[in-house]
Design a protein around this ligand. Structure first.
Ligand SMILES: Cc1cc2nc3c(=O)[nH]c(=O)nc-3n(C[C@H](O)[C@H](O)[C@H](O)COP(=O)(O)O)c2cc1C
Length: 300
C-alpha cells in the first residue's frame, strides 16, 4: 500500500503472521530512469521475507526491466499492479487502466515472466465500473501469459476502497483459472477471510485492517484453524507502533523516520482515549524518546 507498507511496516506484518508481504507500488518508468527514491523503495530487509515487490507501469519493456531490478533487490515474487484507481496512474495507462487492455496486460505479464526467475503475480479488480465482472477473462489472460497467482480486489475501480465486496464475482474468477486466486477487500477478521476461502480463494490479502494492527494476520490464521482468535489489545498495538518507529529510525534516521510516521499515527491511535490530542502532540516530536514518553500511557 502506497505510503504505508514500507520495510518497517512489512517487518511488523511478517512478524505478525503474514505469509507474504508486498511493497508499495513502485513505478517501472522511475526505475528505468534510475530515480533514487524508487530504488530505495526496492530495498528489502532480512526480516520481511517472503516479500513481493509490486511494480506499476504500462510499457512492457520498462516493466520487464523493473522486474529484473526487483529480482536483483531480492524479491521472492514480482507483482504487477493492475488495480490502482488513482487518476495520475490511470492517465499513464497503468494500474486499473490495464484492465481495459487485456492484450497489453498479457504482453506485460509474459515479458516479465520471461525476464525473471521468480514468480510473477498480478493484482487487479473485478471490474472498472459497478456491475462489471472482468475477473474471469483477465485471470485467464494472466494465467496464459504465465502469471503464478492473482490477487483479486472484489470491488470495481470506480469504488476505490469502499462499499461492498462482490463475493460472487470473486468466486467466478477463482473458478475460472487453475492458478491460486487471493481474495482481497474489506477483510477484518477470520469470518471475512473464511468467506473469501469459501468463495474458492486460495488465500486472502489484507490491506487497511492491518495498517493499525499488523498482528491481525496471526489472529485471523488462528481463527481460521479453529483456535481462539484473541483480538489484539490496544496496549499490544501501541507497543507495535513504538517498534515501528524504531524500525523507521533505523531505515531513515531518527528525525526523518519520525516525520514519516506522522501521517500514520492517526490510524494507530484511532478510538483510543485522548487520541486527537496525542495525535496533535505527535506531529511536533522528533525523537523516539519523546514518542515513548507520549505513548507509554497507551501501552499499559
Ligand atoms: C492508502 C492506500 C494505498 C494503497 N496502495 C496500494 C498499492 O500501492 N498497491 C496495491 O496493490 N494496492 C494498494 N491499495 C489497495 C489495497 O492494497 C487493497 O486492495 C484495498 O485497500 C482493499 O483491501 P482492504 O479492504 O483490505 O484495505 C492501497 C489502498 C490504500 C487505502
Amino acid at each position: 500500500m502506497a505510503g504505508i507498507t514500507n520495510a518497517a511496516f512489512r517487518i511488523l506484518a511478517a512478524e505478525g503472521g503474514a505469509g507474504l508481504v508486498v511493497t508499495e507500488m513502485i513505478s517501472a518508468e522511475s526505475i528505468k530512469y534510475g530515480n533514487k527514491k524508487s530504488f530505495k523503495m526496492l530495498e528489502l530487509l532480512p526480516g520481511e521475507h517472503p516479500a513481493a515487490i509490486q511494480i506499476f507501469g504500462a510499457d512492457p519493456s520498462s516493466m520487464a526491466l523493473a522486474a529484473q531490478a526487483a529480482e536483483r533487490a531480492g524479491a521472492d515474487i514480482v507483482d504487477i499492479n493492475a488495480g490502482c484507481p488513482v487518476k495520475k496512474v490511470l492517465r499513464s495507462g497503468a494500474g486499473s487502466a490495464l484492465m481495459k487492455t487485456p492484450l497489453l496486460l498479457g504482453d506485460i505479464v509474459s515479458r516479465m515472466v520471461k525476464s525473471v526467475k521468480v514468480p510473477v503475480t498480478v493484482k487487479f479488480r473485478i471490474g472498472l465500473n459497478a456491475g462489471e465482472n472482468l475477473g474471469p477473462l483477465l485471470a485467464r489472460v494472466c494465467e496464459e501469459a504465465g502469471a503464478a497467482a492473482i490477487t483479486l480486489h472484489g470491488r470495481p475501480a470506480s469504488q476505490f476502497h469502499t462499499g461492498p465486496v462482490n463475493l460472487e464475482a470473486v468466486a467466478g474468477t477463482a473458478a475460472a483459472v487453475k492458478i491460486p486466486v487471493f481474495g482481497n477487500g474489506g477483510i477484518e477478521n477470520a469470518a471475512g477471510a473464511r468467506a473469501m476461502l469459501e468463495a474458492g480463494c486460495a488465500g486472502v490479502a489484507i490491506g487497511r485492517a492491518a495498517v493499525f494492527n499488523p498482528a491481525l494476520f496471526a489472529e485471523i490464521a488462528s481463527g481460521l484453524s479453529g483456535g481462539l482468535a484473541e483480538p489484539v489489545t490496544s496496549a499490544v498495538r501501541m507497543k507495535l507502533f513504538l517498534r515501528f518507529l524504531e524500525l523507521n529510525a533505523g531505515i531513515y534516521g531518527e528525525e526523518h523516520g519520525m516525520a514519516r510516521a506522522r501521517k500514520l499515527v492517526g490510524y494507530w491511535l484511532k478510538g483510543l482515549p485522548g487520541a486527537s490530542g496525542a495525535r496533535g502532540a505527535f506531529m511536533k516530536l522528533k525523537t523516539l524518546k519523546e514518542a515513548e514518553a507520549l505513548l507509554i500511557q497507551y501501552t499499559k
